[in-house]
Design a protein around this ligand. Sequence first.
Ligand SMILES: [Zn+2]
Ligand SMILES: [Zn+2]
Length: 350
Amino acid sequence: MSIAVSENPKLLSLTDRGLYCEVGDFYVDPWRSVENAVITHAHSDHARWGMKRYLCSQEGEGVLRRRLALDSDISSFAYGERLNINGVHVSLHPAGHILGSAQVRIELDGEVAVVSGDYKTAPDTTCSAFEPVRCHTFVTECTFGLPIYRWEPDASIFASINDWWRENQARGRCSILMGYALGKSQRALSGLDPSIGPILAHGAVHAMNEAYRDAGISLPVTRRLGELPTGFDFAQALVLAPPSVQGSTWLRRFGEVSTAFMSGWMAVRGAKRRRAMDRGFVLSDHVDWPSLLGAIESTGAERIWATHGYTNILVRHLKEQGKWAEVLSTEWEGEQDASEPGAADQEDQA
Ligand SMILES: [Zn+2]
Ligand SMILES: [Zn+2]
């Protein structure tokens, strides 16, 4: 069974393995094992194990290698570089979601389809900025595709995080800042003020910090927990950790703590309480509602497919505007709702 996604079904179709370009014989972020996989970004729902060959952006190769295996068959290409695969023109364009995230542009006989993967348009010093790409068919995520989702500017979110850290210091508590290890943690780190105190990193976060630094992204200095001397005073420190540490014995070493979680879901009342956090910071690596509509508009696409998130609401809204829009069922996931038990433990779905 396959569904034509682009007008020419040989350009892009949906199969049980993923989005498929028949002429080029490759898939985009497939969820079953295939020969050729073009990967939008290294989050685990998009970059899965078991593909014979991977193709990704140059910016994202380091993180993808760390996520898969160092010896995986990965070819990488600069943003904007045009590849000819069996007569299909393929290029990758920045998606602004995490380091190396790409939209995949596929062109055949003058028809263009773009698969966005996950994206955001807000500025972020830890990855290349989202680039609008003109196309006929646009496959968009809509994790936060509801009018209630509108993000504050990063500067004000980072200021709140730094204030929270100072308050905790004044009370002699260690600050535990939780977020996904890949992407979210590095973006938060870029906004932390290292003059406040030491910034420490859980091993999972540390590994990704190193991948970012290797790719040339400058981040404030962090120390790995394992390398600290005995008797270290945690009361002044901020610790970056994945959400899975919440409620675990791992937290005991820090003495008195204040815990916080960073997620777009923190915009919803009650999400913080259900997750049993002291604080919630609304920081998402996905577009909010106005940016989602703006990004779709900037593609000029005549066919819009909505995947993962509030797909029905977005599709209804676009249809009301007189646009062609449909839901596309994929196995990709958005940022997990932290209020669902266990959901946020999948630490890499930013
Ligand atoms: Zn993602
Ligand atoms: Zn996703």
